[in-house]
Write a protein that binds this ligand. Structure first.
Ligand code: MRU
Length: 358
């Protein structure tokens, strides 16, 4: 029996006047519960509170959030529709700063309406937005599978593979990005063993990646982030693969906090370190990683993780949610168009430049 696919992270119910349903990722793995979103505010909160998270999934949620935010404008005039579109996209853009897929998806939605600028019917403009959101979702499914196909060759049969955070179906559509490479190799009959960093402080590895791998029956071992060096030293890891939230023009890559240390460790142990990401995760407006905005999150995520106090009152806390791995530590970036290796500005431009314009 083939392993089950991962659940649908996002699904839309009904026509343009329907609503969005998300898996509430904050409640996994103990509960598989869905959350209905019937307005842009609920989508904003879901993104902010990591009920939907992972760069591509955030972008898709925002695209559907635009549809929700404009539903009440269907019988208004076009000028009012355009004004609300700007407000709604600005609002959704304020939810989280690092994953560029959010801004990319919002631009795609605005571009659709620009293309219909002579359209006087707000209902037809709204239909066009809905069609674009569905298109982005379908495109993401195909993109994730293509990333898997391009990356699977990089995993030798019998390999130990370490991953950080969650770049699976929960973070995108169906197979995800980094996990798509693993799932595709598994579909090809390769035997793999995955080491899953728990991913402090919000445990996306322990809660989400481990959940996906168990469902797929892909052999996996959960480790604390601080154990990665020892596991590498013991020779158990042949490849590292992670996702990305934003990749600068030179290949510097922002991903979940802790990714940079994993990359340095991989370099020290001469283990190839791959990033898997769609072209929509590149931000060619930034020459290097220093310009990537890094989200700062609440101190309580560290002092009171999952509701239990584990640090004294009064301690200062620093809680950046992402870090930037310099391109020199990245063996290759696996995209839906192929693998960028070595990771240089020229090679990045060659593969993704024309994908940036919506
Ligand atoms: O804070 P999160 O859980 O949204 O961080 C997610 C990551 O860092 C993922 O690795 C990244 O978005 C890639 S998802 C395909």
């Amino acid at each position: 029996m083939s392993p089950p696919n991962t659940s649908e992270t996002l699904r839309w119910v009904g026509d343009a006047e329907g609503y969005l349903v998300l898996i509430d990722q904050a409640r996994l793995p103990m509960e598989l519960v869905e959350l209905e979103c019937r307005d842009a505010q609920t989508v904003w909160e879901a993104i902010r509170e990591l009920k939907v998270r992972g760069a591509p999934a955030i972008g898709l949620a925002a695209a559907y959030g635009v549809c929700l935010g404009l539903q009440s404008m269907r019988d208004r005039d076009a000028a009012a529709f355009h004004a609300r579109l700007q407000d709604v996209t600005d609002f959704l853009a304020s939810s989280r700063p690092t994953a560029v897929n959010l801004f990319w998806a919002l631009e795609r939605m605005k571009t659709v309406v620009d293309r219909h600028r002579h359209e006087r019917s707000a209902a037809r403009l709204h239909d066009a937005l809905f069609t674009e959101a569905r298109f982005l979702h379908d495109e993401d499914r195909a993109t994730c599978h293509a990333i898997g196909r391009h990356g699977a060759d990089r995993l030798p049969d019998g390999a130990g593979v370490l991953t950080h955070c969650n770049a699976g179906g929960l973070a995108a559509s169906e197979y995800g990005t980094a996990l798509s490479v693993l799932f595709t190799a598994q579909d090809q009959g390769k035997r793999l063993h995955v080491f899953v960093d728990e991913t402090r402080p919000l445990l996306q590895g322990a809660r989400l990646t481990a959940w996906e791998l168990v469902r797929r029956r892909l052999p996996a071992t959960l480790i604390c982030d601080s154990m990665a060096a020892q596991v590498m030293r013991e020779g158990r890891v042949q490849v590292v693969i992670t996702g990305a939230d934003r990749i600068a023009a030179n290949g510097d890559t922002a991903n979940k906090i802790g990714t940079y240390s994993v990359a340095v460790l991989a370099h020290a142990h001469q283990i190839p370190f791959y990033v898997a990401a769609p072209c929509s995760t590149f931000d060619l407006s930034l020459a290097g990683g220093d310009g990537i905005p890094i989200e700062q999150r609440a101190p309580e995520e560290i002092t009171h993780g999952f509701g239990r106090q584990t640090a004294p009152d009064g301690i200062q806390v620093y809680n950046p949610a992402f870090d930037v791995t310099p391109a020199r530590y990245i063996t290759g970036i696996i995209t839906e168009r192929g693998v960028i290796a070595p990771v240089t500005a020229d090679n990045v431009a060659r593969l993704v430049a024309d994908r940036q314009a919506p």
